[in-house]
Design a protein around this ligand. Structure first.
Ligand code: ZN
Length: 286
C-alpha cells in the first residue's frame, strides 16, 4: 500500500468508527481535504458507518458538493506569496470557533496553503488547533510541513504524499526495531544500561549526521504509528504496539515528538553525535 492508499484507508476507518481527531495536516498535492470535509458534514451516519465516506445524496452532501455548505469554512491566503495569509483571517476563525455548527453535527475549517501564513497567525491559531471545541475539525493543507511551525505540526494527525521524504521508516535497518522499542520504553525499563549499550554498540555513535537524523525520523514515524493506532484502536493483533499504545498518552507522544525535533535541530549545529544521543537518552528519564 502506498501512502495515499494508506491515508485513504485510515480516513475511512476513522469515519466508520466516528472517531475524528480535531486537526489534520495534508502535505503536498492532496484531494483528501475536500473528501474528508464532505464526509464529516454528511448527515447519513449509517452510510458513513458502513462505507467510511460521504453518502453523496443527502442535503448536506449536495450543499458540500456545490461548495455552499455553511459548516465548511474555507480560509486561504490573499495572494501567492509567502506571508500572504494574514493574522486577520485567523482572528476571524477564532472569533467564530465556539459558535455551534449551523446544520451538521460538526463544522470543518479548511485552512489552505498554511505555508504562507505568518508565524503570528500560526501562533494565534495554535491553541484552537490544540483544543478545538468538540464539534470543530481543522483540515490544514501545506506544500511541506517543514514550512510551518513545529508546534502546529505536532498537534495534528499528519499525512504525507507518496513522494514525500518520510521514507526513513522503510529504509531503516532492522537493528533499529529493537532499539526504538528500548527507547520508547526507556522511562519504565529497569535495565537502562542495556538500552545505553544497545545504542552505542549498534555502531550508531560512529554513524554520520544523516544516519542519526534518519534514526530520529524513524523514531518520529513510530510515534506517529502509535498515535494512529491509539486513535483508531488498530492494535489488537500487535502485542508490541498494544503495549506502546497503553504506555503513551497523546500528550506524551506530542511531548516526545517535540523533544526529538529539538535534538534533530541541535544535531544540525552540534557535530558531537555521542553527546547528542546521550543527552537525548537521559532526557527520556524525565
Ligand atoms: Zn451525505
Amino acid at each position: 500500500m502506498n501512502n495515499n492508499e494508506q491515508a485513504a484507508k485510515i480516513i475511512k476507518d476513522m469515519l466508520k468508527s466516528d472517531k475524528i481527531p480535531g486537526a489534520f495536516i495534508f502535505e503536498g498535492d492532496s484531494m483528501f481535504e475536500d473528501i474528508l470535509a464532505r464526509a464529516i458534514v454528511c448527515s447519513d451516519s449509517d452510510y458513513k458507518k458502513n462505507h467510511g465516506e460521504a453518502c453523496g445524496i443527502c442535503e448536506s452532501c449536495a450543499k458540500a458538493i456545490k461548495n455552499i455548505h455553511p459548516d465548511i469554512i474555507i480560509s486561504e491566503p490573499d495572494g501567492e506569496g509567502s506571508l500572504s495569509f494574514h493574522i486577520d483571517k485567523v482572528r476571524d476563525i477564532i472569533s467564530g470557533l465556539y459558535l455551534a455548527p449551523n446544520e451538521s453535527d460538526k463544522k470543518v475549517y479548511i485552512i489552505k496553503d498554511m505555508q504562507n501564513m505568518t508565524p503570528q497567525g500560526q501562533n494565534a491559531l495554535l491553541k484552537s488547533i490544540e483544543e478545538p471545541p468538540p464539534f470543530a475539525v481543522f483540515i490544514i493543507t501545506v506544500t511541506s510541513s517543514d514550512l510551518i511551525l513545529e508546534t502546529v505540526k505536532s498537534r495534528a494527525v499528519r499525512f504525507v504524499p507518496d513522494s514525500g521524504k518520510e521514507s526513513a521508516k522503510k529504509d531503516a535497518p532492522p537493528i533499529y526495531g529493537d532499539l526504538i522499542r528500548g527507547i520508547l520504553t526507556f522511562g519504565e525499563n529497569p535495565d537502562k544500561l542495556a538500552v545505553y549499550q544497545k545504542l552505542f554498540s549498534g555502531g550508531l555513535e560512529k554513524a554520520d549526521k544523516t544516519e542519526i537524523l534518519k534514526f530520529y525520523s524513524y523514531l518520529e514515524n513510530t510515534l506517529r504509528d502509535i498515535m494512529v493506532a491509539k486513535i483508531f484502536m488498530s492494535y489488537e493483533n500487535d502485542g508490541d504496539m498494544k503495549k506502546l499504545v497503553n504506555l503513551y498518552s497523546i500528550k506524551k507522544i506530542l511531548n516526545l515528538s517535540k523533544k526529538i525535533h529539538k535534538y534533530k535541530a541541535d544535531l544540525e549545529y552540534n557535530i558531537n553525535i555521542r553527546l547528542n544521543l546521550t543527552s537525548f537518552l537521559s532526557s527520556l528519564n524525565t
